[in-house]
Design a protein around this ligand. Structure first.
Ligand SMILES: *Cc1c(COP(=O)(O)O)cnc(C)c1O
Length: 365
């Protein structure tokens, strides 16, 4: 926490605004809109997953439809496709950003059209804070007139040429889950430059109540609004977002310095014009060069009580998504095989970092 969160939460208690609406919800939405800029509107919701689900509903995705989805991601990106009864079409990553490959995505769209169905939406993800190649992705999407649902759950504060992630697609999704760069304990937001979409999101998120003195409904609604208490935490967190990004980038730079000259370990550099919030620092271990595998390094860290984790296991390799179409060239599988997420918390101290380096010294040449 940054320090001012409890004040906003106390205000909610003092004024008895203990509901999924109230001044903190409105204030948090304004904070998000100001931060993303670019004419973005925001609806604060109960989670990023809820925002992805509503995004698909608002784009008109129906049972039997197909949705293009980045394979290398957290399952929360893909699950909502099945909530609306649609089929995920998984696409591999490219190696510059580890996100959806625009070329393979175009190939997948062509093939799905040839097989009789044009995909109804495209979901790129900015993994670990690194922006996906949105210019190319949006260009392909426009060519086929398919809307882009941008999963920016890990990338609040990341940008391409100064344009902030979340506002780069037709609809954007943010997450404020406990593990993200800032948190409301649990929460998310749906953002769009189209004010009508965000108004509809708020409507659907509050049970789709028609305007009437009684309870009347013409559509299926959801209970997806953010609580005024959680939004209070969010208002305080927005005040320290820039600081958190600075801390995460500083941790990345410390790892970068540490690995300099060590053979077979590579970090993910920012392409020109790209800015990553460096939510997590990730590395690739080339066993031939490094003399050890990713798993050797992970187990060595673990033996000294330092937790690290393999990268996201691609969706097309998950038992639950076995048998869904996949368009790829082996990139995500290679990343999963050799990639590791290192300790990256904003509160890591110099002592913590030195301890991590000392453990790695014993394993790395
Ligand atoms: C965390 C996350 C989500 C889901 O957000 P929640 O707020 O936890 O529901 C979606 N996509 C990605 C890539 C995430 O990392």
């Amino acid at each position: 926490m940054g320090g001012t969160e409890a004040g906003y939460v106390k205000e909610a208690f003092d004024t008895n605004w203990i509901a999924p609406l109230g001044p903190n919800v409105n204030g948090f939405e304004q904070d998000i809109e100001l931060f993303l800029d670019n004419g973005c509107h925001a609806a604060a919701l109960s989670s990023g997953t809820a925002a992805l689900h509503l995004g698909l509903v608002l784009l008109g995705v129906k049972p039997g439809d197909e949705v293009i989805c980045q394979s290398m991601t957290f399952s929360a990106t893909a699950n909502p496709i099945t909530y609306v009864g649609a089929t995920p079409i998984f696409v591999d990553s490219e190696s510059d950003t580890w996100n959806i490959s625009p070329a393979l995505m175009a190939e997948a769209i062509e093939d799905r059209i040839a097989k009789g169905k044009k995909p109804k939406a495209i979901i790129p993800v900015h993994l670990y804070g690194m922006p996906a190649k949105m210019d190319e992705i949006v260009a392909v999407a426009r060519r086929y007139e398919i809307p882009v649902l941008e999963d920016a759950a890990e990338a609040l504060g990341s940008s391409i040429n100064g344009q902030r992630c979340g506002g780069l697609g037709d609809i954007g999704v943010l997450s404020f889950n406990g593990n993200k760069i800032i948190t409301t304990s649990g929460g998310g937001a749906l953002v769009s430059r189209d004010a009508g979409i965000v108004k509809d999101a708020r409507f659907l998120a509050t049970q789709a109540r028609d305007e009437a003195p009684h309870y009347q409904h013409s559509q299926i609604g959801y209970n997806y609004r953010m609580s005024n208490i959680c939004a209070g935490i969010g208002r305080g967190q927005m005040e320290v977002l820039a600081e958190r990004i600075g801390q995460r980038r500083n941790i990345y730079n410390q790892y970068l310095n540490y690995f300099e000259g060590k053979k077979g370990i590579s970090l993910l550099a920012e392409p020109a014009g790209y800015f990553s919030n460096r939510w997590l620092t990730t590395i690739l271990v080339d066993p031939a060069e490094a003399g050890i595998t990713r798993e050797d390094l992970r187990l060595a860290l673990d033996a000294d009580q330092v937790e690290s984790r393999p990268l996201w296991k691609p969706m097309h390799m998950q038992p639950v998504f076995a048998g869904f179409p996949f368009y790829g060239d082996g990139t995500a599988e290679r990343l999963f095989q050799n990639g590791l997420c290192l300790p990256s918390g904003s509160n890591l101290t110099d002592d913590d970092m030195n301890r991590i380096f000392a453990v790695m010294d014993k394993t790395l040449k």
